[in-house]
Design a protein around this ligand. Structure first.
Ligand SMILES: Cc1cc2nc3c(=O)[nH]c(=O)nc-3n(C[C@H](O)[C@H](O)[C@H](O)COP(=O)(O)OP(=O)(O)OC[C@H]3O[C@@H](n4cnc5c(N)ncnc54)[C@H](O)[C@@H]3O)c2cc1C
Length: 258
């Protein structure tokens, strides 16, 4: 293991944060219990004083087909997984297009688009050195209780990459803001949409410092440049308060605040 300074104002997708020393895990390392594992910070809002952090090094960025299984290391970026699936004509991975991040982050968030979720296609996850079948991992809409660090994931092999589905999913996402964000800020409450609720309390387009509830998609907290943690947190708390006061609904963050 070794330390690396990561500037979260550059590294995170929302471009908020400061340089922080992050412990990089290499193959064979014993995973420390007092640090939080992060992926590629596409779903994180990192304060200037987060809990101690760790990340998987390049040792865990790989893909291999062996004995009728596809095994992928958890540091592998989703873009690479999509190219691999296309090249090898593999079905099931079309939805990872435009789902930025690493496989580890995808697994922990049970990331997905519409009815497509990563837990629908995987078979087992290696957590803290032990393979766990997916049936033994509690998971649901945008969460999975991993109870440790995921390093590898095993998928069954099904032939037939679906180019039409890929095009459909890519188009579906064209209404999302292109500027820095961490994707959806809140999970959709049952039977409703967080974006609709934020709009209903007149926060769509409202900003503080460089941060703004996007004019394009109200559930995206975007950074127009120079946005800082305090501004982002202020807008998140404001949305929660206003939505609760008006609708009695407590919005739950999808973005993870560290
Ligand atoms: C523009 C944009 C659009 C997005 N659209 C979507 C969408 O449509 N659907 C969707 O689901 N998400 C979406 N996201 C969110 C993001 O793409 C996913 O949550 C992604 O899976 C995060 O991966 P990451 O590697 O960046 O993880 P991080 O953001 O770094 O971490 C996320 C969580 O994963 C945990 N984690 C990371 N690695 C590991 C590991 N190896 N072992 C255990 N836990 C780990 C972290 O502790 C943290 O809790 C979007 C993000 C952006 C910026």
């Amino acid at each position: 293991m070794f330390f690396k300074t990561i500037d979260f104002s550059k590294f995170s997708s929302i471009k908020v944060g400061v340089p922080i020393e992050v412990l990089m895990l290499e193959r064979g390392d014993i995973v420390p219990k007092d640090r939080m594992i992060i992926g590629h910070a596409n779903n994180l809002l990192v304060s200037n004083t987060p809990v101690p952090l760790m990340m998987l090094s390049k040792d865990f960025s790989f893909m291999e087909i062996k004995e009728n299984f596809l095994t992928i290391g958890c540091a592998t970026p989703t873009g690479k997984i999509l190219s691999f699936a296309k090249k090898n004509d593999l079905a099931g991975f079309e939805f990872v297009s435009k789902l930025p991040g690493s496989l580890g982050g995808m697994i922990a968030m049970n990331a997905g688009v519409k009815s497509y979720e990563v837990f629908n296609i995987l078979e087992a996850v290696k957590i803290d050195g032990e393979w766990m079948p997916k049936e033994e991992i509690e998971h649901g809409y945008r969460f999975a209780k991993l109870k440790g660090v995921a390093t590898e994931v095993r998928f069954g092999i099904h032939k037939g990459f679906d180019k039409e589905l890929l095009d459909e999913l890519v188009n579906l996402r064209s209404n999302q803001p292109k500027i820095a964000s961490a994707g959806s800020a809140f999970k959709n409450p049952k039977g409703d949409y967080a974006g609709r609720l934020i709009e209903a309390v007149d926060l769509k387009g409202v900003s503080r410092g460089g941060m703004q509830w996007s004019k394009i998609h109200a559930n995206f907290l975007v950074n127009h440049g120079g946005g800082v943690f305090e501004d982002a947190k202020y807008l998140i708390d404001l949305a929660k308060e206003k939505v609760f006061n008006r609708f009695g609904i407590l919005l739950k963050e999808e973005v993870q605040i560290l």
